[in-house]
Each structure stands twice: as C-alpha cells, then as structure tokens.
Design a protein around this ligand. Structure first.
Ligand code: ZN
Length: 444
C-alpha cells in the first residue's frame, strides 16, 4: 500500500489514554457557540496541532443566518435568603442555560421556577440547555435539588454578557500530493460534556497529529467549529473551494462504549459511504449503518442540496439514543480510553481505504498472465510476508478493466481492502497493471 495509516503503527492503548487526557483537560471549560471558552479550547488544541484561528464578526450574513452576538459568562448563582448558593455555576457550567442574558433579580420560588429546568426521570443529573437565538435566561439543576428548594426569596445573578463580538473557529490544513480534499469536521461548542463533543475534538486532534507525520495523497482539512452556525459560516465563507472536497466525515460521539454507527452521506453511495461500510464489515465487531436524515450534526449543512457534499457521520451511539446525552452524566467516566482508541483506529482504516483506492487497467488482459515466471506463483495459498494471496491477485487482474476500483474488487471478492491493495501493489511492481487516473497534483 502506498499510504500507511494503518493501526499497526499506532500504540492503541497510548493514544486512547492521550485522547482521554485531552478530554479531561478541556472538560472544565464553559464553551458555547461563541466566546472566551471556545477561544480557550482552540488555544489548548493549538498545543497539539497548529490551528489557524478565524474570527467572524457578529452580524456577518451567512446564507439565511447572521453570526450571533458573542456570549461570555463569569459567574452565576441562585442564593437563598441565608445567602447560600443553592445553584452555583462554579460547581458545574451546565447549571446555566447557554446564552442566558445577564440577570440580577430577587424572585419568589414560583417566579424563579419558570426559569428552572430539571430531569425528573434522572433526578441526579443536570440537563444541558441552550437558548442561542432567543434572548432569555435560565438555570438547569438536579431534580432532587429542586425538590429541596423551599418557599423563599431567591437572589438570582447571571453575570454574563451578550454583545457584538465574533464567532471563532479553528482550521488545520494538511496538503496532500494530489488534488482533492478530505474534510474532517467536529463541533466544539458544548460545555462540560464528554461524548458529545469532547470525544470528537480529541479524535480529530489526534488524527490530525498522526496524519501530519504520514505521506498523504489527499489534502486534509480539520474544522473545529460551533455546531450548525459554524458549518453554515464556514460553507458561506469557503463556498468557492468546496468543490475540492472528495470525502468528508463529521466526528461526534466517538467515546462511549456502544457499537459503532455510521450515518451515510446524503448521496448514500459515495466512496466515503462504501469505504466506511467496508471497514465496519471487516472490523469483526457489531456495527450499524443508518441512512442520511436532515437532522443530527453538521452533516446536514454539508449535505444541504446546494452543496450535497459526500460527508457522513461516523460515531458510536448516536445523539439522543443514550440517556446521558445532553446531561451531566455525559462525563469523563462515560467515555473510555478503549472506545476512543477503537474509534481512532476505525477512522484511520477508513482513510487508508480512501488513500489507496485506485482504479487500474490490466496490461495483460487476454487470458491470465503467467505468474510463475514472474515469481508471483509461489504465493499460491497465501504468504504471510506479502500480506495477500494468489486469489486476491487473480481478482485484481480480472476486475482491473478500468472500471472497477480496488474497493469495488475488495467488496466483490469478499477480501479485506488491504489484501487487495497489497496484491495490486505487487502486480504493479511487475508491470502487470497501470493506473487509469493521472497521478498528479492537478486540481479537478
Ligand atoms: Zn449536542
């Protein structure tokens, strides 16, 4: 294989631990779609990869949307008449509804309750709520704590600001040797929540770090953006270049202990969809593949009809399908180093397929070439050193008619892609195959 991203060069246990440590470091920050928490997050990611930071002013028109005001928060609490903080932002940033406007008031319990949100079915969990596009305020708390609040006059303080500022996002671009880009996108706008979305940020950071040290056919663009408004902003500002994107993945919910789930791109049968399906089929693990639907993460913006980019979402348990989703129970224990490492390995395997998926033409198409005189026949029955066997070679020779890619051949033969790729490499070295495409740096 020309490009090796393979898991064998990775110390899986180490990368899992490093990704979990990365999540632990970023966990306490109060992120939102704009503001200081988002900037500090990008600054910490920059400690791993050289991110380019973009600042887009409030009010910038991005398609049908406008970049919102910037939100920052310093402190927030609800105090009882004894002066005790019964709800305290310093204890968990989930206690404040994200984008709450500044408030200072004294309220009776019934008045205050109109601004309190709990999860009665999980009385020990704090829910996560946002109000980005409606100016209001609120607190989230454990239902158990709400039941303990007695009739009293409560002092309410949200020391926040919602003012013209900027939307911030981070971008890291790795050039490849040929035209065409792979887009790897994650949202980085959630506060202290781990699977959604620190796991995605960890995976993207360590994937980018790894790929930066490897030879690459494709260029890679890694985005750390606020959900929805971030991808809309990026697409609007970069519309003229999106034609370069050949494949893409949205990274989210990759650290829980559930099975891997792939949500197909809007196209449904794009090369990225087939590459992921191939890797999951040969993973030896349980998995699920679901069709595209216009909800979820930023794949719905990349897959809007005006773009229709081949961008799927490779995750573990999908959003909303685990009870801890968008609650304080999506914490550092909910994501495991093992699951993070397993997701990382699968992402690498998918990229390895994309990097090596070529279409060849058999240069000896009339009957089989005589493999024996080329020293290829000894591979009959398999050879551990070469990583392929004669059957894989015969499949490549037979289907390399200029219209079947190596992934087509792998799927049709039932072989794992790496075997087919290795067989093609050997055949090419013996001048039995030529590429159909021109290997160049030219753009489409
Ligand atoms: Zn979310």
């Amino acid at each position: 294989m020309s490009v090796e991203f393979a898991a064998h060069v990775i110390d899986q246990e180490l990368v899992g631990r490093q990704m979990h440590e990365f999540a632990r470091n970023l966990y306490p920050l109060c992120r939102s779609i704009t503001g200081a928490g988002f900037r500090e997050t990008l600054s910490r990611v920059s400690g791993h990869i050289p991110l380019q930071i973009h600042e887009v002013p409030t009010g910038t028109k991005v398609f049908d949307w406008n970049v919102p005001k910037e939100w920052n928060i310093r402190d927030a609490y609800v105090k009882n008449s004894m002066g005790e903080r019964v709800i305290d932002f310093r204890e968990s940033n989930l206690h404040v509804v994200s984008y709450s406007v500044p408030v200072r008031a004294t309220l009776s319990l019934p008045e205050l309750k109109k601004h309190l949100f709990t999860l009665p079915e999980h009385p020990d969990w704090i829910p996560y709520r946002t109000s980005y596009y409606q100016e209001t305020w609120g607190f989230c708390l454990r239902h158990r704590d709400l039941l303990n609040m007695r009739d009293d006059l409560y002092e309410v303080c949200i020391d926040s600001s919602l003012e013209p500022g900027h939307l911030t996002y981070g971008e890291y671009y790795l050039p490849g040797s040929e035209g065409g880009e792979v887009l790897i996108s994650c949202h980085a706008c959630h506060p202290s929540l781990c699977n959604d979305n620190l796991s995605g940020m960890a995976l993207v950071t360590f994937l980018a770090k790894h790929l930066s040290t490897r030879p690459r056919r494709y260029s890679y663009r890694f985005l750390f953006i606020p959900g929805t408004i971030g991808s809309i902003t990026w697409l609007c500002l970069n519309e003229s270049g999106v034609y370069r994107i050949r494949h893409g993945l949205v990274v989210a919910c990759v650290g829980d202990r559930g099975k891997t789930t792939y949500k197909k791109s809007r196209q449904g049968d794009a090369e990225i969809d087939r590459a992921v399906a191939h890797v999951l089929k040969h993973s030896g693990q349980d998995y699920e593949i679901i069709d595209f639907f216009p909800y979820g993460y930023d794949e719905r913006q990349y897959g809007s009809p005006g773009f229709d980019l081949p961008v799927g979402c490779l995750m573990r348990t999908p959003h909303g399908q685990y009870p801890q989703y968008h609650t304080s129970a999506d914490d550092l224990d909910f994501v495991s180093p093992e699951s993070l490492a397993d997701s990382f390995k699968k992402y690498l395997a998918v990229l390895q397929v994309l990097e090596n998926n070529r279409t060849y033409v058999n240069l000896n198409p009339k009957c089989e070439p005589q493999l024996g005189k080329r020293g290829l026949y000894r591979l009959m029955g398999g050879d551990r050193d070469t990583g392929f066997d004669q059957m894989a070679m015969l499949w490549v020779l037979n289907l390399s008619d200029g219209s079947h890619s190596l992934l087509d051949i792998a799927d049709r033969s039932g072989y794992e892609f790496t075997m087919i790729g290795n067989a093609a490499k050997a055949l090419r070295e013996h001048q039995l195959l030529r590429l159909t495409e021109v290997e160049s740096t030219g753009e489409r």
